[in-house]
Design a protein. Structure first.
Length: 213
C-alpha cells in the first residue's frame, strides 16, 4: 500500500513537471512574453546586419560600375578669391538611381535568406546567449530602396568652408517565422563628399535635393 502511494505521488510529480514544462514553453513563445520580445530583438539586429551588408555590396558595385570617387561629385572654382562650389547633380542623380537598383537587386536575390537566433538569447544573459537550438526567421524585402541626397555648407573657421554631400538610404524588410513577424525600417547615411576649402561661405548658393529613387 505504501509503495503504491509513493508510486502515485511520483506519477503526480512527474505529471506536474511535464505540465509545467509545457506551460513554460508556450509562455516563452507567446507573442507578448518577455522571452519572445528578446528573441525578436535579436532577430531584428541580425536582419539589420543582413540589410547593411546588402547595401554595402550594392554601394561597392555602383562605385565600380560608374568608376567614380568623391572628387567627381562636385565642381569647385575660385575666381579672384570668390569661392564657388556646386554639386554635380547629373552624376549624383545617376549614382542614386543605380544604387537604388543595385540595393533592390541584392535584397531580391536573397529573398530566401534565413537568419537564426539561438534559444539561449531569450534569457538576455550573455554567457548563454549562443546556447541551444536555433529559431529561424526568414528575411523578406517588402519595399524598394529609397535613395536621395542632400548638400550642406558650413563655416568651420576663419575663411574656411565645410562642404558636404550625402545620400540617405531607406528600405523595409520583414522578419517572419510561424510564431511571429515584424516589419523593420532600415535607414543609412552615406557620405559622398566631406571637404574643407579655403574661402568664405558663399552668400548665395543652391542647395540641391534629388527626387527619391
Amino acid at each position: 500500500m505504501l509503495k503504491r502511494q509513493k508510486y502515485n505521488i511520483s506519477r503526480f510529480i512527474l505529471l506536474f513537471l511535464i505540465i509545467s514544462f509545457i506551460f513554460t514553453v508556450f509562455s516563452a513563445f507567446d507573442n507578448d512574453s518577455m522571452f519572445m520580445s528578446t528573441i525578436i530583438e535579436s532577430a531584428e539586429i541580425e536582419a539589420k546586419e543582413f540589410a547593411n551588408n546588402s547595401i554595402n555590396n550594392a554601394i561597392n558595385k555602383t562605385i565600380n560600375e560608374l568608376n567614380v570617387s568623391a572628387d567627381n561629385f562636385y565642381k569647385k572654382s575660385n575666381d579672384f578669391g570668390n569661392l564657388s562650389i556646386s554639386a554635380d547633380t547629373i552624376l549624383i542623380n545617376l549614382f542614386c538611381s543605380e544604387l537604388s537598383n543595385n540595393i533592390n537587386d541584392k535584397l531580391s536575390l536573397q529573398t530566401e535568406n534565413m537568419i537564426k537566433v539561438p534559444v539561449g538569447s531569450m534569457f538576455g544573459i550573455d554567457i548563454i546567449s549562443n546556447i541551444g537550438p536555433d529559431i529561424g526567421f526568414s528575411v523578406i524585402p517588402i519595399s524598394e530602396a529609397m535613395v536621395d541626397y542632400n548638400t550642406e555648407f558650413n563655416s568651420v573657421g576663419i575663411n574656411q568652408t565645410n562642404f558636404k554631400i550625402w545620400i540617405d538610404i531607406s528600405t523595409r524588410v520583414k522578419i517572419i517565422n510561424p510564431l511571429q513577424k515584424k516589419e523593420i525600417l532600415f535607414q543609412r547615411k552615406l557620405m559622398l563628399v566631406d571637404i574643407v576649402t579655403e574661402g568664405e561661405v558663399p552668400g548665395n548658393y543652391i542647395q540641391f535635393y534629388s527626387d527619391n529613387y
